[in-house]
Design a protein around this ligand. Structure first.
Ligand code: CP
Length: 301
């Protein structure tokens, strides 16, 4: 079974996956246990865009499950000698790889999945389009703080246009039935969402009454022109800091998330990082458990 996007998921499928991750969780060490149920399987990581947490957590998740993990570095592979990605996958299949985790700037993973039905494919980030495993770990993290995801008030603030995390998160929120969602950014970083029902350029108004606040970094690597907003203006209007959160939200039962990597000093002030509401490290830890659940589901069903 592949994980290409969330379109085929229902709330019950999320819950199945979350229960699987719960079963791997060790409360005493706040970590995920080793369970060698995939010891006969081989995983190939194929990352054509940079990654720290997704790549590493798939590696640790696979290792916890007893899988043998390989990474193909595109720069030192035969892709640089003109071999196609399709032929690379065919080689991997013939060598005995069972599953490929792929991050790519384009939507290559869907065609590969059609072409190679005997290989399992997991989408680990697809340009600005989708990042399904991130949304699964984000929803899992929210579920640890709140009972009913459908009733919460959500805010996502930052570079909306280039965020595959946001695209998948909105898909996930729609599936769980959440409809109190506000997006906030300067107009030039929120063009795709200009008609979104709750689009705000004022961060203080946008924060009011929120349960879940997700900040996003500016993806300079995907910008094709300089921003008209200066760094100072961005920080003053859109940076989240501790006092701003407390003053604007008007409650102390919210959580703060960020998919990472975080540019502290830009989208987040460093004074939020050790606050009890800040779940950024929890998201990273949960990445291991959720990816263990994804690999188990993908390779055992
Ligand atoms: N959230 C996320 O995808 O982080 P990495 O780019 O470090 O994998």
């Amino acid at each position: 079974m592949n994980l290409l996007n969330l379109s085929h998921f229902k709330t019950a499928d999320f819950e199945d996956l979350f229960k699987l991750a719960d079963n791997f969780y060790l409360a005493e060490s706040d970590s995920f246990k080793q369970d060698q149920i995939l010891a006969d399987k081989k995983l190939l990581n194929l990352f054509f865009e940079p990654s720290t947490r997704t790549k590493l957590s798939f590696e640790v998740a696979a290792s916890n499950l007893g899988m043998t993990v390989f990474s193909l570095d595109a720069i030192s592979s035969s892709l640089t000698k003109g071999e196609s990605l399709e032929d690379t996958i065919e080689v991997a299949l013939n060598i005995g790889i069972d599953a490929c985790v792929i991050r790519h700037k384009d939507s290559v993973v869907h065609d590969l999945a059609d072409r190679f039905p005997d290989m399992v494919f997991i989408n680990a980030g697809e340009g600005s389009i989708a990042h399904p495993s991130q949304t699964l770990l984000d929803l899992f993290t929210i579920r640890q703080s709140f009972d009913d995801l459908s009733k919460l008030s959500y805010l996502v603030v930052g570079d909306l246009d280039h965020s595959r995390v946001l695209a998948s998160f909105l898909e996930g929120l729609n599936i769980v039935g959440a409809n109190k969602i506000t997006l906030c950014s300067p107009a030039e970083l929120g063009k795709k969402y200009a008609d979104f029902p709750n689009f705000e350029e004022d961060l203080n108004s946008a924060l009011d009454g929120k349960d879940v606040v997700m900040a996003l970094r500016i993806q300079h690597e995907r910008l094709d022109h300089a921003l008209s907003i200066s760094g100072e203006e961005y920080i003053s209007k859109f940076q989240i800091n501790h006092q701003r959160l407390l003053d604007a939200i008007g409650s102390d039962r919210f959580i703060l998330m960020h998919p990472g990597p975080v540019n502290y000093g830009i989208e987040l002030h460093a004074d939020v990082r050790n606050q009890p509401y800040c779940k950024i490290n929890t998201q990273v830890r949960n990445g291991v458990g959720i990816r263990m659940a994804i690999l188990t589901k993908a390779l055992l069903t």
